[in-house]
Ligand binder design. Structure first.
Ligand SMILES: Nc1ncnc2c1ncn2[C@@H]1O[C@H](COP(=O)(O)OP(=O)(O)OP(=O)(O)O)[C@@H](O)[C@H]1O
Ligand SMILES: [Mg+2]
Length: 567
């Protein structure tokens, strides 16, 4: 029997805990060497099983910073929950003595790592891949709420067997970034893990590599002490491509007698959690797997096209940061582009392969890693193998058509036109435009380039470039084919639903986390309010503060223009 909250509102912690419904326990295997009391916090190899039981390590004297009001509303959570002692304990990592919980031990999962399609083992301290996985993310709760299953996961909740000797913590800086970015992404209409709550502590600090003030260095220069934090994120599952790969690798190498079975189990669990609406239960395993590949490709390509639309770059788009449900996951080395540059990459360790315009290829590499694991379930059946191969071979076509569609939508035209697009991109590079402001201003359907100037980082002194822009605008007008005032207004409104007014700029985030470090949480809340309405016109005051280009003194500055540490 599924427990549901048909009455919608959850007023007390007890009502919340009563909804606990842990499907992973029946679908998956526990690591046979897990201590059942959850005291599994030292790095060790885990050879089989899908999860390890781990009790979170609470942060001391947790300080509440914020919760996502929108997500609370969607879940039917009462605001009063944030005052509940048990609620605070649970989401700051203290699961001891919460008597109302049926499962008061958390769980972490192992996963493999492929970088741009190449399998890696070196990041595992044992070089086998058996000790790589959730090093600091611990899931603690699963429930069906308003007919939808959600998994609640603490990030920064202490060591797990996968912590690789690191501290298992997340710092306030990265937690504020993830907390705000998740809800912003959702408001942009792009699938993502969600933010529930954010807590910090003034009684525990950890060291992280960072930069000196106003430094231009690309490499971290100093170790700094940072306050710890726990942000709770929520998703239909946290299964990653890397996780599927871990079981695929074990099955491929026949590492133990249940290896193939465990691969099948994780695939069926993935379907159950993420694809049950599109994959019927009565189909054969092979049919299910083919449909899964097809639907994941569909979601992943839409996801990346959407990222390009809003200027989001996942600077570390490895297979272990690629959610198998096709949504955005792991807001560490991310950035929303400001001055347009196809090679934009804000994470100094990320490399060009995870740069802005290369995200589609990075996604394709992850998809290939995913398919390599699926193949093992076909037991050599050539017909199924061929079907899967065809899906895989079609990735770039599907991706390309979604990207073209996205550009057409951004430009308010019915059909993508390569010449128009190419000319625009070249002009955008030449003039140095702010990506968000440019497309938003274009949505006003300007008649002359001076109406776009708000988005230019360089003054248009040169007549030649002005002429080029005006020629481009004229060409564009032929494609949008406006009849009258009314149709112009209609198109403008439509384009404004595609081209956001507000995106989360790194220097706004820096301000919010620096203030938070000083105990002022107002900026976090202000940004939350503004960035969860990214398409709306907001007040004049907000416009003046947030609808602005990156200030020139922030260019090249470490910690603002690029980051070295995502954790
Ligand atoms: N401070 C830490 N302690 C333990 N493990 C860590 C720490 N920081 C990162 N890791 C682990 O290192 C790996 C790579 O880190 P990465 O930055 O991709 O992930 P993350 O930001 O921790 O988490 P996620 O992908 O869960 O959002 C992950 O497996 C992560 O769990
Ligand atoms: Mg990660």
């Amino acid at each position: 029997m599924m427990k549901k909250n048909s009455n919608k509102n959850i007023e007390t912690f007890e009502e919340l805990s009563n909804l606990g419904d842990y499907s992973f326990i029946k679908n998956l295997n526990c690591d046979p060497n897990s201590k059942l009391n959850g005291d599994n916090k030292s790095p060790r190899e885990i050879f089989s099983g899908h999860y390890v039981l781990v009790t979170p390590t609470p942060i001391k004297n947790p300080i509440y910073i914020s919760h996502s009001q929108k997500f609370f509303e969607e879940l039917g959570f009462s605001e009063a929950l944030t005052n509940s002692e048990d609620f605070i304990k649970m989401f700051s990592g203290d699961m001891h003595n919460i008597s109302k919980l049926t499962q008061n031990i958390g769980w972490a999962t192992g996963y493999a790592l492929s970088i741009y399609g190449t399998e890696y083992y070196a990041q595992c301290p044992f070089q086998t891949g058996n000790a790589y996985g959730d090093g600091r993310a611990i899931s603690i709760f699963e429930a069906i709420i308003n007919d939808k299953r959600w998994e609640f996961q603490l990030k920064g909740a202490g060591k797990t067997p996968y912590c690789r000797g690191a501290d298992g913590r997340a710092v306030l800086r990265s937690s504020v970034r993830e907390f705000l970015a998740q809800e912003h992404m959702h408001a942009l209409g792009i699938p993502t893990s969600r933010s529930l709550t954010l807590f910090t502590s003034k009684d525990e600090q950890v060291k992280r590599p960072w930069f000196r003030n106003n430094s231009y260095s690309k490499e971290p220069e100093v170790m700094i002490d940072e306050d710890v934090a726990i942000a709770t994120r929520v998703a239909s599952s946290f299964i990653r491509v890397g996780q599927i790969e871990l079981f695929g690798r074990r099955a491929r190498k026949n590492e133990h007698e249940n290896a193939l079975k465990e691969l099948e189990m994780i695939i069926l669990h993935l379907i159950d959690r993420e694809y049950s609406e599109v994959i019927r239960k009565d189909l054969s395993l092979e049919e299910k797997v083919i449909l899964l590949a097809n639907e994941f490709q569909n979601r992943l390509t839409s996801l990346v096209a959407n990222w390009l639309r809003v200027g989001y770059c996942q600077g570390n788009f490895n297979s272990d940061n690629c959610a198998a449900g096709g949504f955005t996951l792991d807001y560490g080395p991310f950035g929303f582009i400001e001055m347009f540059d196809p090679k934009y990459q804000s994470w100094t360790n990320g490399g060009m392969h995870f740069s802005f315009f290369n995200q589609p290829i990075a996604a394709q590499k992850n998809f290939k890693s995913f398919c390599n694991s699926l193949k093992l379930l076909f037991n050599g059946n050539s017909e199924s193998l061929q079907k899967l191969q065809e899906i895989e071979n079609n990735f770039s076509n599907v991706m390309q058509s979604k990207i073209e569609n996205m550009w057409a939508n951004k430009l308010g035209i019915d059909k993508f036109n390569f010449e128009l697009f190419e000319e625009l991109i070249n002009l955008m590079i030449e003039t140095k435009v702010d990506y968000t402001i440019f497309f938003r201003e274009l949505s006003n359907i300007p008649n002359d380039v001076y109406l776009l100037e708000k988005s230019f980082y360089k003054n248009l002194e040169n007549e030649e470039i002005k002429i080029k822009w005006n020629n481009w605008l004229e060409k564009w007008k032929l494609h949008i084919n406006l009849k009258d005032e009314e149709s112009t207004q209609e198109l403008s409104n439509k384009m404004k639903l595609i081209n956001p007014k507000y995106t989360l700029r790194e220097w706004h985030l820096v301000w919010a986390y620096q203030e938070a470090e000083n105990g002022n949480y107002e900026p976090v809340n202000e940004l939350q309010n503004i960035m969860t309405n990214p398409y709306s016109e907001q007040t004049k005051e907000i416009e003046e503060k947030y609808y602005v280009k990156k200030p020139s003194n922030f260019f090249g500055i470490a910690g603002i223009s690029h980051v070295s540490c995502s954790s």
